[in-house]
Design a protein around this ligand. Structure first.
Ligand code: AMP
Length: 284
């Protein structure tokens, strides 16, 4: 597994690689969620390239850029057990050499859900992903459904900008208690970890209500909200029911493919989770 930290060296190495190339962009502190993306890339493509880069432009002032977990050596150890051909580990001067940052993509999707609470987040994400796509030149790129809005926006971006990369969604990997794996879970205290399963319980309950035939968005949101609020340690940022493809909020009757997503604070840690559901399919 080759480790490369400059764009120049990467492009030189990349010239000799052909066939299908899977790309897994990450911010490091790798867990089984990240590794499931690498594994899917291994299965789908002839080559796999992983990037580890904590992108400063997607953090707002006051967010956790300075404390975001960094453990590159452990990450490389974990990756060595997969068939990753190369790990790209650039630094800030490599990715943002100029003071003025040009971004070439904008979308109304930046303003809703995560974007409401984190107004500069998707501008930062799309800027770095577009730059990485240009450097890596993959045929496929793998994104986790845990960040469903991010996956949707990247899919939209490659379509809008005619970028010839197939965006592959990967299912959410969870801890035994149902908590969606995240590098930020390291921030949770023992007590917080003991109550955090309530998020998954609330979503599971939402899914069961849908399976039982509930078709009103308000009722679904109310039930989920009630379960989260039963644990006083949580502060809800949003509970949303939207169209799975357009991410447009649904307030009335539900139909078609939906995305149920939530963001909550547990102490200082902000956690997100979701599930998708099809009302057009039979659920047993
Ligand atoms: P991050 O390092 O948090 O930027 O995540 C890098 C990629 O891993 C993104 O595509 C995430 O959606 C994905 N990812 C993070 N956590 C999980 C998880 N629990 N299950 C599946 N994918 C994940």
């Amino acid at each position: 597994m080759k480790n490369i930290s400059t764009i120049k060296e990467f492009r030189k190495w990349r010239k000799n690689i052909s066939g299908t190339i899977g790309f897994v962009p990450t911010m490091g502190a790798l867990h089984e969620g990240h590794l499931s993306l690498v594994s899917k890339s291994n299965k789908t493509c002839e080559h796999t390239i992983v990037s580890i880069y904590i992108n400063p432009t997607q953090f707002a002032k006051g967010e956790d850029l300075d404390t975001y977990p960094q453990m590159v050596r452990a990450d490389l150890d974990k990756l060595s057990q997969f068939e990753a051909d190369c790990v790209f580990l650039p630094d800030n001067s490599e990715m943002y050499p100029n003071e003025i940052i040009t971004s070439n993509y904008n979308s109304d999707l930046f303003k809703i859900l995560e974007g409401k609470s984190r107004p500069s987040f998707f501008k930062g994400v799309t800027t770095i992903v577009a730059k990485l796509f240009d450097i890596i030149e993959p045929t496929h790129a793998f994104f986790g459904e845990k960040d469903y809005q991010q996956f949707t926006i990247i899919k939209q971006m490659v379509s809008d900008l005619d970028i010839p990369i197939q965006i592959v969604p990967c299912p959410i990997i969870r801890e035994e208690n149902g908590l969606a794996m995240s590098s930020r879970n390291k921030y949770l205290t023992e007590y917080e970890f003991s109550v955090v399963a309530t998020i998954f319980k609330a979503l599971e309950c939402g899914k069961n209500i849908l399976k039982a035939g509930e078709i009103h968005a308000d009722k679904l949101k109310r039930e989920i909200t009630q379960i989260i609020n039963s644990e006083s340690a949580f502060q809800i940022d949003y509970v949303s029911v939207s169209n799975r493809n357009t991410l447009k909020e649904i307030d009335g009757e539900l139909e078609g493919e939906i995305l149920v997503s939530i963001a909550v604070f547990l102490g200082k840690t902000r956690l997100i989770d979701n599930f998708t559901y099809s009302l057009s399919e039979e659920h047993i």
